[in-house]
Structure formats: structure tokens, C-alpha cells
Design a protein around this ligand. Sequence first.
Ligand SMILES: CC(=O)N[C@H]1[C@@H](OP(=O)(O)OP(=O)(O)OC[C@H]2O[C@@H](n3ccc(=O)[nH]c3=O)[C@H](O)[C@@H]2O)O[C@H](CO)[C@@H](O)[C@@H]1O
Length: 362
Amino acid sequence: MGNYRFILSGGGTGGHIYPAIAIANELKKRYPKAEFLFVGAKDKMEMEKVPQAGYKIEGLWISGLQRKLTLKNLMFPLKLISSLLRARQITKRFKPNVAIGTGGFASGPLLKMAASGKIPCLLQEQNSYAGITNKLLASKAKRICVAYDGMEQFFPKEKIIKTGNPVRSDLVDLKIDKKEAIEFFGLDSSKKTILILGGSLGARRVNQLIEKELDFFQHQGVQLIWQCGKLYNEDYKQYDSSSVKVLAFLNRMDYAYTAADIILSRAGAGSVSELCLVGKPVIFIPSPNVAEDHQTKNARALVSKNAALMLKESELDSEFEKSFINLMDSADTQNKLSTNIKELAMPKATEHIVDEIEKLFK
Ligand SMILES: CC(=O)N[C@H]1[C@@H](OP(=O)(O)OP(=O)(O)OC[C@H]2O[C@@H](n3ccc(=O)[nH]c3=O)[C@H](O)[C@@H]2O)O[C@H](CO)[C@@H](O)[C@@H]1O
């Protein structure tokens, strides 16, 4: 009993990978004998992060379409055919009970072939603006779990279930001692700690801001945990010091969230869902470079409920210091933001999604 087989696919960025890992962990908790296989894109971060989480992954030779005419684009049809064939082989061999797609281009071929092999498929869409892969797969899916209202504009209404975004269980209920968390980063537990998050890949404009404001932060007497991203680490690691911890990637987000007094963050859907659970004062700096400006929409949903502050990239030079000082100086604003953001948390999202998955194979 319980020897079920689950195939999961999502990747390209942490925003698609971590929901898949959270779903797999909950399935494993319910079905300890189940087998799992992840499918990702060959050179993307899932090939490293999924094995770190204890799961097997196979990589497809696939990439997204660029908007310009490039060599990569000319290769696209070839990659698509090759990855569809490979996806068919994988699903035939693994024979999953259910296929789960969390967005990103690798999930396209996999879910398409799974559906044509009559395997029930469930999609999970993290954003308020649906990604292209999930939109293309919607007609094949039995259920589509979403985190925002109004998703009927992208998906058939009868398939949509609002569950919220899956968050890794270690971040749902933070139980670490704050002093221990601050010391984990080699920082001083008597000082205020600011956590800077650039999303799973790091954010160039956020890094430029922090570099420019280092003296300002020092004057304010605060210390920094600065996640700059793998791509930017070489440029910024020179600033690592006893009060500024520069890290390419945080493997222990639980410690980082616990250590922080104030958080500056991009507004990717996963980050937003986690920050609601964490319940600390946040200043969002949404990326303006994503489809339909969806990070600004993600952030605005919180700002309109007095649950976070937001600065657009174009406002950073003129507004950042003022906004930061106002927030630092007002315990009242900090408390209000913390209380309000917590109210938006959906801590049962993963369980709810797995309840829906169970309906597809039981
Ligand atoms: C530039 C880009 O395309 N961004 C998209 C990407 O964001 P991105 O990949 O940044 O993803 P999210 O903000 O959704 O989530 C980031 C995830 O990475 C984890 N994390 C992050 C940094 C770190 O050092 N360690 C770590 O573990 C966070 O805990 C979180 O679980 O996917 C999101 C969800 O589809 C979208 O909303 C974003 O617009």
C-alpha cells in the first residue's frame, strides 16, 4: 500500500522549484513509500537544488523562447522535439500516478507528454499573472491550484482552486532563537539586522542600491545580511565584513528570516508568500523586468492592505533613505506592518494542494 509514484516538474528559478519541493515533501509525509522523480531543464538551478533536497532529477534539453532572433531561438524547435521525446520516455518508464507542474519551461514537455499518456496532471501557478507554460498546459490539466483571485482570465474556471503558494515547511513555523540566528551569520545580536533579498537569482538594481547605501547603513548603526545572487557574488563579496554579510545564496532562509528586523526584498510570488508567514516589516522593490510587471502587482496587493511598503526601482535614488529612516524610527509602523502581513499568510497551502492531488489518484 502507498507505493505511489509522483513526477514533478518546474524550474528555471527558485520560484518554480521550491513549490515543487514543498509539494513533494508533503506527499512523502503522507506516503513514505512513494517514489518521486523531478524533471527540470539541463543547465538550470533545479539540477542542483532538487538533489540537495533529497530527490532524483532528470534534465531535459530545453530553454525558453527569447523575444529577439538569436541562435538559441533557432535551436528551439530542435530542443522542443528532443525534450518531448525524452519526456515521453521518462513518463513511460516511471509510470507516475500523477504529474505535477509548477511552471517554467521544462514542465511544458513533461506535462504535455504525461497528459497524452493519460496521466492525471495538476498545475500550480504562483503568480497573479499566469506564466506562458501553465497557460499552454491548462487545457490538459485536471486541476489548477492558484494563489490569487481573478485567475479565470487565464484558466478554465471549473479547474481553478485557490490554495495559496506552497512554502517549505521549515519556513511555515519558524522556531529558531533570534540570537542564535544572528550568530549563525557571525553578526552581533545587540544590533538591528536588515535582510536584503534579491530573489533566487539575485537582483542587479537592488545590489547597486545596497552598494551605494553602505555608509548610510553604517550611520544608522544597522548590520546587513545581503543575498546578492550567484551571478553578482564576484562583484560584491569585497564588501563582506563583520557587519555586512554578503552571500551568493542563502541555504538557510529560516535563519535569515529569524535574524531580520527589517527585510528589503524583490516581490517574486514565493518570496511574498514566505514573507507573509514570517510577519516582519518589509520594503518591496519589485522587479520591473518580469511578464506584465507581475511583481509590482504582487507587492501592491500587500501595500493596499497596509501590510508592506514598496519602492519602485525608479524611486530608489530619491526615496530610499527617507522611507528606511521613517520605518526604522517608528516601532508603531513596524508593528502595524507585521500584524497586517501575517494576516495574509496561507500556512495550509501545501496540505491543501496535496489534498487536491490525492483526489486524482485515490
Ligand atoms: C526574475 C524572475 O523571473 N522572478 C520570478 C521568479 O522569482 P524567484 O525565482 O526569485 O522566486 P520567488 O520570489 O517566488 O521565490 C524565491 C525562492 O527562493 C528562495 N531563496 C531565495 C534566495 C536565497 O538566497 N535562498 C533561497 O532559498 C526563497 O526562500 C523562495 O522560496 O519566480 C517567481 C514565482 O514564479 C516570480 O513571481 C518572479 O517574478
